[in-house]
Write a protein that binds this ligand. Sequence first.
Ligand code: ME8
Length: 531
Amino acid sequence: MEKKRFYITTPIYYPSAKLHIGHAYCTTLTDIFARYKRLRGFECYFLTGADEHGQKIEKNAAAAGKTPQQFVDEIVEGFYKLWELLHISNDDFIRTTQDRHIKVVQDIFSMMLKKDDIYLGKYKGWYCTPCESFWTDTQVGEDHVCPDCGRPVQIAEEEAYFFKTNKYVDSLLKFYDENPKFLTPESRKNEMVNTFIKPGLDDLCVSRTSFSWGIPIRENEKHVIYVWLDALTNYITALGYDSDDPSKFEKFWADPECEIIHILGADITRFHAIYWPMFLESLGIRKPDREFVHGLLMMKDSKMSKSKGNVVDPFPLVERYGVDALRYYLAREITFGQDGSFTPEQFVERINADLANSFGNLLNRTVSMINKYFEGVVPSYQGRVTEFDGDLESVIEFAIKNYENNLDDLKITEAITNAMDIVYRANKYIDETMPWALAKDESKQKELASVMNHLATAIYTAAMLLKPVLVTASDKAFDQLGIEESLREYSHIYKLDTLGGQKVNKGEPLFPRLDASIEVEYIQSLMNGNK
Ligand code: ME8
């Protein structure tokens, strides 16, 4: 049975530096999915946040001459601003420095210690400070570089607590087998099993003594909890697990009727797909239904990252091109689940081709024609009058079905192409039916009315399907088509006789065409740090 409630999360990002377009990508796509589910009548809880502890943040704060708390407070302000700018509809924002999180992480550590899932030992190994990850000899290879980010690693030795991973390996593999949708795309699961689990997992280091910016372990205060046990548990501490008010935890996690989905980037799959299910099993709590791993945005073959500094800042892009353009570009251009790269040329081309020339232009032409030929009132549905009406109707019907199937399965990019198929078909329908010629022929008025009604329906449907992506433009399209408030609910989609009698309002073009050479140069200058 389909679950009617769901909980969706993004990773909690490190406030070690300003966020870049890669973080905007993950949060925007998660937001698109949350908005879609809400449109479809689901009760949704959407969480994002900040992962504020660790050596990297301690170092960066010291370098900036600030306390770690001051440092993260300032950077997290920027997170809030970015999510507001991008119209992110999260229900909560967790910070790992909040009391609601700290106390529970300490309890969780104590529970695991009591259960003998955690023990005190000694750690000697390779450590990558920017990634906050320990690695084995084999993993760092002869060059002694981090397998994730490619930077040099250092030897670290210290007394540390360890989580007994081997106690939970068999059950994890069984869980993978029984839940084929748990970790997707499928290639990610193969990578986990073949690269990490089969060669043998080391116990996981869960505490550090060489820095102090972390949650202290109650039983042994010279240790702080190692970032991943602190970080991953945010997904349940935010819901009030083990607190005075566990009602959200009961509703959005413990209840099997709630679907739980984590969205994350390929760089942190190992922690989410291997250790997180183990931690949950240790605590006797159910595992999430799905972990969807999205690809990474690259800059000239290397991962865009805060610590490398090769990043694109989303703020000036939204300021110049609008929130819808950036959201659309991210969701449409980079197939969700695959790596992609940001290039100014593709950015401008995508906005011009899809939003200005296809969607915006279709709306503009249709509203002008309804004004000109029908005094601004959408004619009522006449049935299939021209020889092209039937085909347009089936394209619309088929697109809705595909869109829903794709989005339900997190295939966001594919779902957008389904919505755009309606737009492309409708533009072609104008060329086929030639309304300007029909208008000149007294005997063709019924055909002309049918064409205008079909065009209005096509735009209405496409704007509805794109609503989770185009958070302002879909409503502006509805305004121009004169769609009354009650018809802006998804449940009205594809009733052919919905729009007759609506009064259109001509407005500004939704997406003015960009001058490619000027805009490419502008974006390049942002990337070179000249602005
Ligand atoms: O790893 N392309 O935080 P983080 C696409 N705090 N997405 C990218 C990206 C890129 N170039 N760079 C980052 C952490 N991301 C931990 C997470 S969760 C319990 C703890 C996105 O600030 C992507 O989603 O390094 C990636 O997984 C995440 O940001 C890592 O953010």
